[in-house]
Ligand binder design. Structure first.
Ligand code: FES
Length: 157
């Protein structure tokens, strides 16, 4: 009986040791991935950089009424995510929708009237694309917008 208890106790101690033997390296690997992922993303070329993006000269989005004043809309500029905003002053503004922090795709938020990055809460001005809050280090890359025959045409900035 006593031997069996000791045996169980020994097993329990071994279990803890085994658990720690697995948990510590697992935690270390997880922590390394968490710390290394932003560096990995920073070193990767941003989506849309390179040859495919340069092949697109302009994109026709549709009628002016499809982007009402006070709203914004994401679209593809070739392989590059892009965003157009229609500010209350009646002007259209377009940018590459690639966050300058770590490359997430930004979106327009009507409730705050800002371009917003969900990854780390970065905010941009919808008129100029200027980084105004959060971690983004520089403004969004601008695109040109023109209204041709009642349609919105976006071209390289
Ligand atoms: S990737 Fe946009 S705020 Fe970090």
């Amino acid at each position: 009986m006593n031997e069996q208890v000791c045996s169980q106790k020994k097993c329990r101690n071994l279990s803890r040791a085994d658990f720690l033997g697995l948990a510590v390296p697992t935690f270390a690997a997880f922590w390394t991935m968490m710390a290394g992922y932003p560096i990995y993303r920073y070193l990767l070329p941003k989506p849309g950089e390179g040859e495919a993006q340069s092949k697109v000269g302009s994109v026709t989005l549709g009628a002016v009424g499809e982007v009402p004043a006070g709203t914004g809309k994401n679209f593809r500029f070739g392989s590059t995510p892009a965003i157009i905003t229609h500010t209350e002053d009646g002007e259209f503004h377009a940018f590459k929708a690639i966050c300058t922090h770590l490359g997430c795709t930004v979106q327009f938020r009507e409730d705050t009237d800002q371009i917003w990055c969900a990854c780390h809460g970065g905010c941009y001005d919808p008129t100029s694309g200027k980084n105004i809050a959060g971690p983004p280090p520089k403004p969004l890359e601008p695109l040109k917008v023109a209204v041709v025959d009642g349609k919105i045409v976006v071209s390289q900035g």
